[in-house]
Design a binder for this molecule. Sequence first.
Ligand SMILES: [Zn+2]
Length: 297
Amino acid sequence: MSFVILDLEWNGSYSSVLHRFVNEIIEFGAVKTDSELNIIDTFSVLIKPQIGKKLCSKVKELTKITNEELFERGIPFLDAVNRFTDFSADSVLMTWGTSDIHALIENYSYFTGDARLPFLKKYCNLQAYCEGCLDLHKPSCQLGLSSCAELLGIDFSQEEQHRAFADAELSLECLKILTQVENNKPLDGYIMSVDDGFYDRMTFKTHFITDLKSSEIDKKQMKFNCNLCGRQAKRTTEWKLHNKTFSAEFLCKRCKHSFIGRISFKKKFNEVVVKKKIVEKRKNPQNSENDSAENNS
Ligand SMILES: [Zn+2]
């Protein structure tokens, strides 16, 4: 088995066809290793932009790539894909996080109308593997490549990072260290076959459910208990939608406490995340004073 660790650089290019910005890939950098993670080949190409005409200043600053370099030495995106397909052959493709895969799917479908990447048969998310080994599982805070390298005590120059090839090499260094630790999770568990389900997952967009009639909503979740006595409260108004959150007033029949219940439903690929909150009602007299003051001015 061989592995290919790929890293990309991209530029935010405005597409007049799609009327939106596209993460246009401008550089591929990759290392290929044998099953023992020894480097057996390398890959590095610049891509001549076809959607955007200029690099945005942030990308220029971060990557030190210039417009001249790209237009003189860059090759068209689909030529790079063909070369990379030959290079990676039947290797397991690895990237740090899935944003590079998203960018590849976006670029490849832009130019060919097809979302299926020809070089992607087996995939491993290195970031997920490293987070798993280091026991970091906070969904809100993902482990960056530089942070991981620092945690592992790898000596690297910040200057050289943010270039595709250097980042691919650094990802390999992290992988090597973590696979050598005894009792660490086996890498095999993180290698997946790329099938329809993989693309469904990759192209799925997390969103809020804003229709109360949706079958994804569990109606039982919309009940609220009184935050003072714990008894189930009665809803006294219709649900109102504001900023993707539903809210309604509730009244507790036992202690006469009246409050506002808020609830939102975030649809992820294989779950609906429900968030609930109780908010105390504001006192009315103060509001009317403020209103009259505003009216007078
Ligand atoms: Zn109560």
